[in-house]
Write a protein that binds this ligand. Structure first.
Ligand code: HEC
Length: 196
């Protein structure tokens, strides 16, 4: 009896696999399914974080000039898929499977600088994202990394050309409210009122 049950289970698995193989499709046209995207993203992120964890490389200091060098390189090496601004993929990017992501999105920006560096250097196998480790220097790849990082920031918090602050950190006083003190009767400060 036990053998019969085991045989039935094996037959059921074979039928399921055969059904999956026969109905599967390699067309890149359909929108990738939600489950497929989540599972793929999970494995991809795991591999990226493992790869980045093995890197022992010190990033240069994040600065406006690194970002603008990266922007120049981006136009030449990446814009054909990711779009000129990295945020609006081209028609080619939109037709790839998986689709090319918006590099300013939370999904991409949650990667650390080292993880972004690892992705640009190594690429993502089976996805169409090329690895640039054989064609660009590490310095260039850091510049691209910093440019990608800058896409997730509001224009205000982009690095100024004078002060370089550590990668991933924003300046502490981004939005300091400014007030004027008005003294009405000569003795007591009456009101703190924000500057117009
Ligand atoms: C031929 C098209 C193509 C080019 C050129 C290209 N990419 Fe990509 N890129 C992709 C695709 C497709 C993905 C999505 C990969 C995935 O979903 O796993 C991607 C994903 C990424 C990601 C996000 C990875 C993640 O885990 O979400 C980053 C960052 C990135 N690319 C940066 C770059 C940079 C920087 C360049 C230029 C040096 C570049 N790409 C050039 C197709 C391209």
């Amino acid at each position: 009896m036990r053998r019969l049950i085991v045989a039935l289970i094996i037959i059921a698995i074979i039928i399921a696999v055969a059904y999956w193989v026969l109905t599967a499709d390699i067309s890149a046209l359909p929108q990738p399914g939600r489950l497929e995207t989540r599972v793929a993203a999970h494995f991809r992120n795991w591999y990226i974080s493992r790869g980045a964890g093995r890197l022992s490389i010190k990033p240069p200091v994040y600065s406006a000039s690194e970002v603008s060098q990266g922007e120049g390189l981006f136009g030449m090496a990446c814009a054909s898929c990711h779009g000129k601004d990295g945020r609006h993929p081209t028609n080619i990017g939109k037709s790839m499977y998986p689709r090319v992501p918006d590099l300013g999105s939370r999904e991409v920006q949650k990667l650390s600088n080292t993880e972004l560096f690892w992705v640009v250097k190594n690429g993502v196998r089976l996805s169409g994202m090329p690895g640039f480790g054989n064609t660009l220097s590490n310095d260039n790849i850091w510049q691209l990394t910093f440019y990608v990082r800058s896409l997730g920031e509001s224009p205000k918090s982009k690095p100024s050309s004078r002060i370089g602050y550590p990668p991933g950190r924003r300046p502490l006083l981004q939005k300091t409210p400014r007030f004027v003190l008005t003294v009405t009767d000569g003795r007591r400060p009456a009101a703190l009122r924000p500057l117009p």
